[in-house]
Write a protein that binds this ligand. Structure first.
Ligand SMILES: [Zn+2]
Length: 57
């Protein structure tokens, strides 16, 4: 994998513990600051409104 540019898989829900925000409150993939959030099984899921990257907070 290229170390400088990380590719994110939109079908995966990333764990915040393993992938903390590079810039707090912004999407790692596209830098967008608007998110859609949902809760499933008491876990908070944050989805980027622009690219769809998901993170488990
Ligand atoms: Zn994004």
């Amino acid at each position: 994998m290229d170390k400088e540019k990380q590719e994110y898989d939109m079908n995966i829900i990333y764990n915040y513990n393993e992938y903390p925000d590079k810039v707090s409150g912004r999407c790692d993939n596209c830098g967008n600051a608007l998110f859609k959030s949902s809760v499933s099984n008491y876990v908070f899921i944050r989805e980027c409104r622009q690219c769809g990257m998901k993170k488990r907070i």
